[in-house]
Design a protein around this ligand. Structure first.
Ligand SMILES: NC(=O)C1=CN([C@@H]2O[C@H](COP(=O)(O)OP(=O)(O)OC[C@H]3O[C@@H](n4cnc5c(N)ncnc54)[C@H](O)[C@@H]3O)[C@@H](O)[C@H]2O)[C@H](O)CC1
Ligand SMILES: [K+]
Length: 468
């Protein structure tokens, strides 16, 4: 149900892919020519005749810049080139030698500025924090230009993590031209918000030859109900409630809005709208119904002994399980290995750190490690969301609308994932990815101040898009 999205490669994976192309007969110079040609094409199109300033660094990112400069000048554009340092790779030195125009000192170019600014200072090779004066200069040029374009990644970003290794300026680029494939910096916070629109430039990497285990989430393919469909085949979701009724109500509503056929809310109480939610009191055998396709536990559960008992019952069932909110605070993730049915955990950064510690590495790497350790699918939430499977696959959903920062949206996410997980033909990683996509897409469609209830109500419109 998840259509493979654009692959996301680390610097080491990019180097390995480049190495395979070179082993098959290409040279670094040829790859750089392709990269430079792709950049020149985009800059030519976007600059619409304006003059262009290209800042080149010492490595192959700078080499791409020299190639683009030569090709743009060849197309009659006014191009200036400035260098931070002399080329340090053979390919970059050759690219510079083929650039016939002058190379200005870095500081002079900064002072003069230009209508279109192309940042080819550092790419995937940035290995340590940038000299702050250099970082500040790059970041000063971006807002002063009519258009700021980054080659591969904005030069102050750690390509593998999306961390800012420069100054704290937040001015984004307008466009980032990712060479060959996306990098984590294009999808992970804060890098993603500095990149502007990201376009992938083809440099001849064969899609079949590059790792696809980490990808940007694409639109899932979710089947519409068919004439033979009945409420249980659409999925029965049981939401285990607790003292905070609103949270479990939201999860239950959301499960229906994301397409579930039957939603059981285990809180008891008098009937009240929406009447479609079947309310029952909690009992130790409340989850015994074999028709239950997924259980959601955590929203509004509380953290007392009674909550712990309910979580224990849910863990002991053979139902797929979404563990969210309060239940994450009660959980020992080591226990999940004993479960036969799949488990999805939905922590935000604080809950993630409490469960798995503050480990090194990008959000993708940390989510992958936690998924392996706990034998669960991880939905590591935040401005960006990483969905990781114990088998090593990961999907990244770049930042959705910041209007999501309101109470109850996490409960809506848990319910949407529950609905996806409850359908018999949905595997857990795909279900978690699809639920996360529906949630973000509904929020992006609203894209204004909303209540979590309204977000749940918008899910059917996102679902419609996923029907193709
Ligand atoms: N991989 C591919 O398939 C292709 C990549 N291309 C482009 O090449 C860059 C990566 O090139 P690389 O030479 O490895 O790295 P950089 O250009 O990013 O710079 C490395 C250079 O800079 C020095 N350095 C690193 N950090 C710092 C720092 N903080 N301050 C000062 N200097 C620093 C480092 O020592 C090196 O000397 C990739 O992004 C693409 O743009 C190809 O052109 C096409 C194929
Ligand atoms: K760059």
């Amino acid at each position: 149900m998840i259509v493979p999205g654009d692959p996301i490669l680390t610097a080491a994976q990019m180097r390995a892919a480049e190495g395979r192309l070179i082993a098959a007969g290409s040279s670094v110079g040829e790859l750089m020519e392709r990269a430079g040609a792709g950049i020149a094409e985009w800059v030519h199109r976007l600059a619409a005749g304006s003059d262009v300033l290209i800042l080149c660094g010492p490595g192959n990112n700078g080499g791409d810049g020299y190639v683009a400069a030569r090709l743009l000048a060849g197309r009659g554009m006014a191009v200036r080139v400035a260098a931070l340092a002399e080329p340090r790779t053979d390919a970059a030195a050759q690219a510079r030698a083929r650039w016939n125009g002058p190379v200005e000192p870095f500081s002079d170019a900064i002072a003069a500025g230009s209508a279109v600014f192309v940042d080819a200072v550092f790419g995937t090779g940035l290995s340590r924090p940038l000299d702050p004066t250099v970082a500040r200069k790059i970041e000063a040029l971006a807002p002063s230009a009519r258009l700021a374009i980054a080659v591969d990644v904005p030069s102050f970003l750690n390509s593998d993590t999306g961390e800012n290794l420069g100054s704290d300026a937040v001015t984004p680029f307008d466009v980032t031209l990712a060479l060959g494939a996306l990098k984590p910096a294009h999808v992970l916070h804060p890098g993603a918000s500095r990149c502007g629109a990201v376009r992938v430039v083809d440099i001849g990497l064969d899609r079949a030859d590059i790792p696809a285990s980490v990808a940007r989430t694409s639109t899932p393919s979710i089947a519409k109900p068919q004439p033979s469909t009945h409420k249980y085949s659409r999925g029965m979701v049981a939401v285990v409630g607790g003292p905070m009724h609103g949270a479990s109500e939201l999860a239950a509503l959301s499960a229906y809005r994301a397409g579930a056929g039957y939603v059981l809310l285990l809180t008891g109480g008098l009937p009240h709208p929406p009447h479609a939610i079947v309310r029952q009191r909690w009992s130790a055998d409340a989850l015994a119904d074999e028709r239950i396709g997924a259980v959601v536990v955590g929203p509004g559960l509380g953290r007392d002994d009674r909550a712990r008992e309910k979580l224990d019952v849910a863990l002991a069932t053979a139902h797929p399980l979404v563990i969210d909110g309060d239940a994450l605070h009660l959980l020992d993730p080591g226990r999940l290995h004993a479960r036969q049915a799949p488990t999805v955990l939905t922590p935000h950064a604080g809950e993630f750190a409490a469960l798995f510690g503050e480990e090194e590495g990008s959000k993708i790497v940390r989510a992958q490690a936690a998924a392996r350790r706990s034998n669960a699918v991880l939905v590591f939430k935040g401005a960006d969301t990483v969905i990781a499977s114990p088998d090593g696959r990961a999907n990244v959903l770049p930042a959705a609308t910041p209007w999501l920062s309101v109470a109850g949206t996490g409960d809506v996410l848990a319910g949407a994932i529950g609905a996806m997980l409850a359908q018999a033909n949905h595997a857990p990683f795909e279900a978690a990815s699809a639920g996360t996509w529906l949630h973000a897409t509904a929020a992006n469609m609203l894209n204004r101040c909303f209540l979590a209830d309204e977000l749940a109500d918008a899910l059917p419109y996102a679902l419609e898009r996923a029907h193709g």
